[in-house]
Design a protein around this ligand. Structure first.
Ligand code: ZN
Length: 146
C-alpha cells in the first residue's frame, strides 16, 4: 500500500473540515433519530488517534461510542413503533364502538363503514363525527355495566 503524501497544512485543514462535518452529523444534542452513530464513532477514533492514544484503546472507545448511539436509536425506533401500535389499537377499539350505531350523517348501517370518507386518511377518518358522538351518547346512557 502506498501512503498518500502528507502535507502538514493540508492535513490540518482537512482534519478541521472533517471534524466539523462529523461533529455536525454526530451531534449528541440532536434528537437521537438524527444522530449518526458512524459519524460519532469516526470522530471518536480520529480525536483519540490525533491526541496520541493507543490505537487499540482508540478503536475500543470509538466502538463504544458507535454502539451507544446505535443502541439508543434502536430503542427509540422500538418505542416509537410500540406507541404507534398502541394508538392504532385504541383507534380500532374506538371505531368498533362507533360502528355499532347507524351513521346519522351518511346513513351507513350498523356494522358498515361510513360512505364517502374514503380509504385514505387512516383510521381517524373512518367514521363521521356525528356517528362517533352518537355511539358515545348511547354507550353513556346504557352505562358501563356491560
Ligand atoms: Zn357516516
Amino acid at each position: 500500500m502506498t501512503e498518500p503524501p502528507t502535507n502538514g497544512l493540508q492535513f490540518a485543514h482537512d482534519l478541521a473540515r472533517l471534524r466539523e462535518h462529523l461533529e455536525h452529523a454526530g451531534n449528541e444534542y440532536l434528537p437521537i433519530e438524527h444522530q449518526s452513530a458512524a459519524a460519532a464513532g469516526f470522530l471518536k477514533v480520529i480525536n483519540e488517534l490525533t491526541t496520541g492514544a493507543d490505537p487499540t484503546a482508540a478503536v475500543a472507545r470509538a466502538m463504544a461510542t458507535y454502539f451507544r448511539v446505535d443502541e439508543a436509536q434502536r430503542a427509540h425506533v422500538a418505542a416509537t413503533e410500540a406507541r404507534r401500535q398502541r394508538e392504532e389499537q385504541d383507534l380500532e377499539a374506538e371505531e368498533e364502538i362507533t360502528r355499532k350505531v347507524e351513521c346519522p350523517d351518511c346513513g351507513a348501517a350498523a356494522g358498515l363503514r361510513c360512505k364517502g370518507t374514503g380509504a385514505s386518511g387512516g383510521l381517524k377518518k373512518k367514521s363521521h363525527r356525528a356517528r362517533f358522538r352518537l355511539a358515545r351518547q348511547l354507550t353513556d346512557r346504557k352505562g358501563t355495566t356491560s
